[in-house]
Design a binder for this molecule. Structure first.
Ligand code: FES
Length: 178
């Protein structure tokens, strides 16, 4: 049985998304090559390559997905399976500032609801939405591993902890003209 599973053959298939694959600068291609060289199987580099494509294109758009499928020699569906599992991978455009509020138990008990409501009222958006100017996207996510300093959110790559509505105001107001 196990040998049958191992010998399923290459997963690569012709795919069509109605777009051409994305192209990248020689520097980015070299960075991608360096990651691919670390792994005996190309598909093992799926996460680092996704981060690079997302960094370069803002999110995993169809040309970026097709590029990844071609470089990793996997199906487009394999890319989507991974991309839609991780909250840090985006399959839609997001704002310049991505606010990810932890909604898991410790944060929930310590006031996540009040923090989320305050952000929604301040930015006039609901979780999952982006402000019309493209500046802020609000998401609710599972535990970010900072339970001892709940409630907290991640703003792009930075953690903000022990949040209060006043602290949220201070953080978001500092970004208004940035
Ligand atoms: S429960 Fe919020 S960081 Fe863990």
């Amino acid at each position: 049985m196990s040998s049958q599973l191992v010998n399923i053959g290459p997963l690569s298939q012709p795919v069509s998304l109605g777009v051409e694959p994305a192209t990248f600068s020689p520097e980015v291609e070299a960075e991608i090559d360096r990651h691919l060289a670390k792994y005996p199987v190309a598909r093992s580099a799926i996460l680092p390559l996704m981060f690079i494509v997302q960094r370069e294109r803002g999110y995993l758009d169809p040309p970026g997905v097709l590029y990844l499928a071609n470089r990793l020699k996997v199906r487009v569906t394999d890319i989507w399976e991974v991309a839609t599992f991780y909250s840090m991978i985006h399959t839609e455009p997001i704002g310049k500032y991505h606010i990810q509020v932890c909604k898991t138990l410790s944060c929930k008990i310590m006031g996540e609801g009040k923090i989320t409501e305050h952000i929604c009222n301040k930015l006039a958006i609901k979780p999952g939405e982006t402000t019309p100017d493209g500046k802020f996207t609000l998401s609710l996510v599972e535990c970010l591993g900072s339970c001892g300093t709940a409630p907290m959110f991640q703003l792009n790559f930075d953690y903000h902890e022990n949040l209060t509505p006043a602290k949220v105001d201070e953080i978001l107001d500092s970004l208004t003209n940035v």
